[in-house]
Design a binder for this molecule. Sequence first.
Ligand SMILES: O=c1[nH]cnc2c1ncn2[C@H]1C[C@H](O)[C@@H](COP(=O)(O)OP(=O)(O)O)O1
Length: 223
Amino acid sequence: MEIEKPTWGWLEPFEKFGQLGDKNSDYKKVLYGDSITKYSTCTHAAHGMIYALDNTKVWDLYESRAAILMQMRFDGVLGFPGGLVDAGENPAAALNREMIEEINIDTSKHYFDDKDHLVSYLHEEKNLVLHFYTKKVNLTEFRNIERRNLEAKEYGIETFGIIRPPLFTMGDNLRGFPAFLSNQFAGNSKEELLLALCATNIMTKDEIDIAVEAMKKHVQSLQ
Ligand SMILES: O=c1[nH]cnc2c1ncn2[C@H]1C[C@H](O)[C@@H](COP(=O)(O)OP(=O)(O)O)O1
């Protein structure tokens, strides 16, 4: 008896871009302009990091540094809100559309445009270009954005809840940010997070390198 194929959620060969397990080294940085002209036949996606600086202390001990909005995705890995760019669509416009669908953002107050673009990456084998944007809001606005998320159209379908990464490292030099980094991330989103933390001066390159080393040691110790 022939088993009927599900019409959604089946990774067809053309959906190769959605497969998990990408290596950071598979992505190379490309200029935004080139990515639009030279790689027009690739699949494009746009994702965005909304963040607010936050100088409150966690348990009067650890610097919060910033509230950053990430999400648990339908495929069980972490990433930023965003998604695929439709044919003929501008990546920033696609990002705003996805932000409405995935986290119910009010684009009359907060929207991404070309000047929020931080970096674009090409995954040659997957024929995939990833555009990444950042948007700074204040902490009150950030909390309002978080509150609206439960009413998003895609909540419980494509997105399974928003999260804030802990940006502090606890006394054992592992719990907190390094342990967070040992999760699985979609596409190149871990690298995007690290780059954005540095570009926004939320963390120094040295602090990031220390956390990444602690995370690697932890992951190796589990193997
Ligand atoms: O946050 C991200 N940063 C970089 N790449 C990402 C991120 N989230 C997903 N991805 C990758 C994974 C896929 O290869 C594509 C498509 O993204 P996705 O958000 O799943 O697209 P749709 O919601 O299905 O339109 O980007």
